[in-house]
Design a protein around this ligand. Structure first.
Ligand code: PLP
Length: 362
């Protein structure tokens, strides 16, 4: 008899970060800055002192204490994860229940749905096709659906839009369930609710070192919240979730505040110039692409030409993310990367518009 996979595993495929490897990587919202030599040297120094035969510190004590001071919270109000992705999985596994759905926005970061699926938890969707969350409507939905938890990214991946701090706090105080605010891109905006966490019993904030900080390779993220919530996560995670190399790297890196904030500023200005230039190009070819305002390190474009545009980028060696049929998500890169992207966009639209003109009847 053939062995039958559980229903939830049938048809699942491994995560595909985009099949094509391109020279210019603008598809994963990573930082365009690799580690500078002096910080790398400090990290190598620390790593060479590791006892590789020993298990990691299960509580990542030194790392969490450095991270606590970086984020301005108490050390017992923060926990490290193997990427914030792992923390999402731990939170959903721990706080979801069989008899209440979890409330997820659509569109939002795809992993929320994935981990809900793995926990066999029902998902209720909050419609975000207008690209924004109306807090009053969300509160209404909460009352109707009575979810076990609400999770969304703020600012949002993939829309790039953000919810103001006061609105998030109003939401938190209007619901009884756990509210998870994934601030993966908050380094690029100023509406974090981290300083409000001591007054919020039901809120966990997630942060990651993979985006603004430029540490995607080491897999490091944090969950922050009041002690009873963080204790519950500590108790439900796997014991040695953050390896010693990552703990050492994070501890050195999070002490380099000047470098981190200089990266954030450069990325923000790269993003602003990218948005600007895309808007100039779209003005040259009216009704071809629509842009959205962004609080993140990427921009979202809407176009009926997205599939073909995507192919043109791949042919030109630039990977961008094709989403929801007619959207492209493009990470702000360094000036050369941005101009690779912009050149292909301009040439493609130029060609497209000229073709359309030639096809017009005389
Ligand atoms: C990239 C991303 C993450 C994942 O971060 P890791 O720490 O690399 O796992 C989490 N949430 C959102 C919204 C993201 O875009």
């Amino acid at each position: 008899m053939p062995f039958d996979l559980p229903v939830k595993l049938r048809g699942l495929t491994p995560y595909d970060p985009g099949a094509i490897v391109c020279d210019t990587k603008l598809d994963a919202n990573e930082s365009c800055f690799n580690l500078p030599a002096d910080i790398l040297a400090k990290i190598i120094d620390r790593i060479s002192a590791i006892d590789f035969n020993r298990y990691p510190d299960p509580n990542a004590t030194a790392l969490c204490s450095t991270a606590a001071s970086y984020y301005g919270v108490e050390p017992d109000c923060i926990i490290a994860g193997n990427g914030s992705d792992e923390l999402i999985s731990i939170i959903i596994a721990g706080f979801s229940s069989n008899n209440a759905p979890i409330l997820i926005c659509d569109p939002d970061f795809s992993m929320y749905r994935f981990y809900a699926h793995m926990c066999e938890t029902e998902v209720a969707s909050f419609d975000k096709s207008e690209m924004r969350i109306d807090i009053d409507t969300l509160i209404e939905d909460y009352k109707r659906i009575k979810p076990s938890l609400i999770i969304f990214s703020n600012p949002c991946n993939p829309t790039g839009t953000g919810i103001l701090r006061d609105d998030v706090i109003r939401l938190a105080k209007s619901v009884d369930c756990l509210l998870v605010v994934d601030e993966a891109y908050m380094d690029f905006w100023d509406q974090s609710i981290i300083t409000d966490l001591p007054f919020l019993d039901n809120v966990i904030v997630l942060r990651t070192c993979s985006k603004a900080m430029g540490l995607a390779a080491v897999r490091l993220g944090f969950a922050l919240g009041k002690r009873h919530l963080i204790d519950a996560l500590r108790a439900s995670k796997s014991p040695f979730n953050v390896n010693t190399l990552t703990q050492a790297t994070g501890e050195v890196y999070l002490s380099e505040k000047a470098w981190i904030s200089s990266c954030v500023e450069s990325i923000k200005s790269s993003r602003d110039s990218l948005v600007n230039q895309v808007e100039q190009i779209s003005a040259k070819y009216p009704n071809t692409i629509q842009t959205f305002s962004t609080k993140t390190n990427f921009i979202l474009l809407k176009s009926s030409l997205c599939n073909r545009l995507h192919n043109a980028f791949v042919r030109g060696g630039v990977s961008v993310r094709l989403l929801m049929g007619d959207y492209l998500r493009v990470t702000a890169g360094n000036p050369e990367e941005n101009s690779c992207f912009l050149n292909i966009l301009d040439r493609f639209l130029d060609n497209e518009v000229n073709l359309t003109c030639r096809e017009l009847p005389k």
